[in-house]
Design a protein around this ligand. Structure first.
Ligand code: ZN
Length: 995
């Protein structure tokens, strides 16, 4: 191997994992959108009219169903009477009770504004690949209700409206949006809703004088869409139980009333249909995105022309109700639940336009006033337009596959779509309407099943390919580790002609099949990696044999083998338990409690000798074990923020007082390893001051935001100044470097402290302290354990001698000690700590557990990209600590800089593979969504570790540790060079042997 094997390895790791993440997009999220479908519409005689001449759609963005119907006390009470709970949306409620039809509309994941609106207005469930386009523009143009209308006027957020305008026939959709600056999180978001209502009123006012507009409004098949973002914004800022959110519901209800009356008087013909709903709900802690029922349940109320009156069951509980709607005081009104895309079908029917061609919505017949014959006709047309999508998709698949396996339920001759449609037509013509409706419903289900069949056609093959790829990576990574860090690159890969032929023809066969099937380009990459990895492993089989001898050579007795097997099982068990930790964070609590007793495993004499260190470890483990028991969803607590910050300051001051003691490796008697520097002490003092400053700013900002006085400009500026200056402090330390590793760790600790304080909501500061304490005691413990354990002398003997025997009998330099089985345990500890950093202060695996409260102190205006970046910064800080500590540990243990990272990169995919296989494609959307995010997180972990390695290298440049091995080589670059020299030597030897 020539070049820098370590960087080659890192590059392969990163590319492989990034490419393979896309596999779930190819498997689970292929865009359902195709084009080329014919349009279907209900045939009506010339004289017959559509159910309504126009449709008004109100979307209360982020309004969850229960809040729309429950009774609450007046949000801003003025008298005692106001404390009596009352419905907050009296107008909408009157429509439910007297006028229209209502129910809960169930959304799918992700519960975000974009997919929610696409389901409502286009009737399709967008695939998650829309994420990659920033959610604003259409990855693929799709049809929509607006595009089917004669004309659509829409008002609302610039994040939502343009995508429907963009996909439609030019000029058909008018979108009136406010500027992004109106979406200010610290301001009252009601202004967003008032803006929309005011502009609608303006339009109708203008129509009184503007003849063209007047005529345009008076046409049939027109749609009005009012996007009301206020609730979403108030929900994010104050959560759905707040008086702000509840008051916002009142404002929306009042606005809907005014617009309904305005339109009623403008047309004065009772030919308008109204639909009120939401794109998604809102969790108790003011977020949405995942599949929690609070996010997926939205209200649906329809009334007006063409909509059925409520079905009342006086004195009893009407059908459709359950526990969820029990406190709405609507028990006697029948509740009709729908899936979100069904709303698109409903609206298209009411407005008398064709179903959007990509729609998979099923028309909810119970919402219609139509007679049974019309309903039967409508369902048949609905079924036909779904089957049309199946026809187009099947056609495409047929031309691409060598041997297409058709969908059973629609493939036999008498089962063909045409025959089935003809059968239903006969039923309608014969007057068997109920039967026809049933048949159409069944046919729609089959059609949707067929669409799913085509959507999942390639799954088995792809899943197998991906699994072999991941296993290949694990094998390849372990082989590389053994090669580089156990055998120090002594053995050359040996390739045979037959081997090369087998692997290359395998790849050629796979590629040929892809060419024929016109597979996406990503398939070629998926197939490349498994072949590449396994070929590499096969070529290095000699290294594996030699590695086995060296690693397991000492295990000869039966007892030894048993203990090895036991430890191996334990190891995999812990890895698997980490997978469970993604769902149950308490698993980490258990691991930390068990880990607290780890020093005891080395016997009483060890504990006696390192009593204080073992105690620190024990206590910090116990402290860490508490965080995963606390709820991931936090409410802002200024006192906890200040306590956390205060303790960080105390740590800094204690260090300044006890610097000599600390730098003498925690000993009163020995001299410090490095002298005190005045400048660097001053710099540490400045860092402590910055932390204090950040506490003051955070307190003031948090209180001001809580009081809804907005974020004072001075606070915002100072917050940013402290954040940037504190992160730049390490540069100042270069003026007078103190290279002792404890000093370096303290500087890194204080560098991130102010940022952490500013971005903290409650107890995270305490986590930061406990985690730092744990890391430092871990680094110190591993070091003493290595020197103490029985294996240690052997290691040290080998490591101390800078020269080892090479296989070819030539003396070669070996700068680092080779890895042993023992180091696998170190890597496992690292991996557990990595997971703890992810899950201690929140649940990374759940989008909802991120609250924007902390970010509002720096960026008060809604801006998903920058705000997300700030959240990620906060999330990354513990990892900066980990990587610095692991880098130092590497040095203290005397192993090569990348060795431990590489082991982790190999074993982390055991987790990825586990998550890949438990990804759910059926069941609740909560499960599907979270299993997929688990997979993505697990596979990014490896990339992340690769990045950490370079961060760690940066943090520890020039650091001195008290270790005889590491002193030989203090710089990774030298080691790299030596390794290369070794390789060159081996190259020459093998060349001479060959000739
Ligand atoms: Zn939304």
């Amino acid at each position: 191997m020539t070049g820098a094997p370590r960087f080659r390895f890192l590059a392969i790791a990163v590319i492989f994992h990034l490419v393979y993440i896309f596999s779930i997009f190819d498997i689970y999220f292929i865009s359902p959108i195709v084009s080329g479908m014919r349009l279907f519409q209900i045939e009506r005689p010339e004289t017959a009219k559509a159910p309504a001449d126009r449709l008004v759609l109100f979307v209360g963005d982020g309004l969850r169903a229960d809040k729309a119907f429950q009774s609450h006390p007046e949000p801003y009470p003025k008298s005692n009477e106001d404390l009596v709970p009352r419905p907050l949306a009296p107008f909408l409620r009157s429509k439910v009770l007297e006028d229209g039809t209502f129910g809960v509309s169930h959304t799918r994941v992700p519960t975000e504004s974009r997919p929610g609106h696409v389901a409502l207005i286009a009737g399709l469930y967008e695939d998650v690949s829309a994420v990659t386009t920033g959610w604003k523009m259409n990855p693929v143009d799709f049809d929509s209700l607006f595009n089917r209308s004669r004309h659509t006027w829409s008002w609302g957020s610039p994040d939502i409206l343009p995508m429907f305008e963009h996909g439609a026939v030019p000029g058909r959709v008018d979108a009136f949006t406010y500027g992004a600056e109106l979406e200010d999180f610290s301001q009252d978001a009601l202004v967003l809703d008032y803006w929309v209502f005011d502009h609608v009123k303006e339009l109708f006012a203008e129509a009184r004088t503007n003849k063209t507009l007047h005529d345009a409004l008076k046409q049939d098949k027109v749609v009005f869409f009012l996007h009301l973002l206020g609730l979403d914004t108030t929900g994010h800022s104050y959560r759905p139980y707040s008086k702000e959110y509840l008051h916002n519901i009142k404002v929306v209800d009042q606005g809907v009333r005014e617009i309904t009356e305005l339109i009623g008087s403008f047309y004065n013909d009772d030919r308008t249909a109204f639909v009120f709903t939401a794109d998604h709900g809102m969790s108790d802690w003011g977020s949405h995105g995942d599949g929690h029922p609070d996010n997926t349940r939205t209200p649906l109320i329809a009334w007006g022309s063409g909509v059925a009156k409520p079905q009342l069951y006086p004195g009893e509980i009407a059908p459709g109700h359950d526990e969820y709607s029990s406190d709405w005081a609507l028990d006697h009104v029948r509740r009709h639940d729908v899936d979100q895309a069904d709303v698109a079908a409903l609206m298209s029917y009411l407005a008398g336009v064709e179903f959007p061609v990509n729609s998979v919505g099923e028309l909810p017949l119970s919402f219609l006033t139509a007679d049974v014959k019309e309903k039967a006709e409508a369902s048949l047309v609905n079924a036909q337009s779904i089957l049309e999508q199946y026809r187009v998709k099947e056609e495409k698949k047929k031309t691409a596959e060598l041997r297409y396996r058709p969908y059973q339920a629609l493939s036999d001759n008498d089962l063909s779509p045409e025959n089935r449609v003809a059968g239903i037509r006969q039923l309608i013509d014969a007057g068997h309407y109920e039967e026809a409706i049933e048949e159409s419903a069944a046919l729609m289900k089959i059609g949707l099943g067929g669409l799913r069949y085509l959507q999942t056609y390639d799954w088995l093959f792809l899943r197998a390919l991906i699994t072999i790829g991941y296993l290949g990576w694990i094998a390849f990574a372990l082989t590389t580790v053994i090669d580089l860090h156990v055998l120090h690159g002594r053995l050359r890969p040996s390739r045979t002609l037959v081997g090369s032929l087998v692997f290359s023809s395998l790849l050629a066969a796979l590629y040929a099949s892809f060419v024929i099937s016109k597979s996406p380009i990503t398939y070629y990459a998926y197939a490349f990696f498994p072949v590449f990895f396994w070929e590499e492993v096969y070529a290095r089989r000699n290294s594996l044999v030699a590695g086995r001898k060296q690693l397991f050579g000492h295990v000869t007795s039966g007892g030894g083998i048993a203990s090895l097997l036991f430890n191996g099982a334990l190891y995999v068990g812990i890895l698997e338990s980490l997978a469970l930790g993604y769902i149950h964070r308490e698993i980490l609590t258990i691991l930390f409690i068990l880990g607290a007793f780890w020093p005891a495993a080395h016997g009483l004499s060890f504990l006696q000798k390192h009593a204080s260190l073992s105690t620190t470890w024990f206590l910090s483990c116990l402290a860490m074990s508490t965080f995963t028991l606390l709820p991931a969803l936090k409410t802002e607590d200024v006192n906890l923020i200040l306590i956390g910050g205060g303790l960080m300051v105390v740590v800094g001051i204690l260090y300044l007082i006890l610097e000599d003691f600390v730098l003498a490796d925690f000993s009163w008697t020995e001299k410090p390893a490095s002298r005190q520097h005045h400048l660097s002490r001053t710099l540490v003092g400045i860092q402590i001051g910055l932390t204090l400053l950040s506490m003051a700013i955070t307190r003031s900002s948090a209180l001001s935001l809580q009081a809804k006085q907005g974020l004072p400009y001075g606070n915002q500026v100072m917050g940013w100044v402290v954040l940037v200056v504190s992160l730049l402090m390490p540069l100042a330390h270069r003026l007078q470097p103190n290279n002792h590793y404890m000093h370096r760790l303290l500087v890194i600790f204080l560098t991130c402290a102010p940022t952490f304080v500013i971005l903290t909501i409650s107890y995270e500061g305490l986590f930061y302290l406990a985690f730092s304490a744990l890391l430092v005691s871990w680094v110190r413990l591993e070091h003493v354990v290595q020197n103490f354990s029985p294996v240690a002398p052997a290691i040290n003997k080998e490591a101390n001698g800078p020269i080892t025997e090479s296989g070819a009998g030539v003396k070669l330099p070996a700068p680092f000690r080779p890895l042993t089985l023992y180091d696998a345990r170190v890597a496992l500890f690292f991996f557990v700590l990595l997971q703890a950093a992810f899950f201690s202060t929140g649940n990374v695996a759940s989008v909802s557990s991120f609250s924007l409260e902390s970010v509002n102190r720096l960026i008060p205006v809604f801006d998903p990209f920058s705000q997300g970046a700030m959240l990620i910064l906060k999330l990354m800080i513990p990892f900066a600590l980990i990587s610095a500590n692991l880098g130092i540990l590497n040095k203290r243990l005397g192993v090569a800089p990348s060795a431990l990272f590489m082991i982790v990169m190999a074993i982390s995919d055991i987790l990825t593979l586990y998550f890949f296989w438990v990804v759910k494609d059926e069941g609740s959307w909560l499960e599907i969504g979270s299993t997929i995010s688990h997979f993505v997180i697990a596979s990014l972990l490896c990339v992340f570790v690769a990045a950490l390695e370079s961060v760690s290298a940066m943090f520890i440049t020039g650091v001195e540790v008290n270790n005889p091995v590491a002193r030989v080589i203090t710089n990774g670059a030298v080691a790299e060079m030596l390794l290369e020299k070794t390789n060159e030597a081996v190259d020459q030897i093998s060349a001479t042997v060959d000739h």
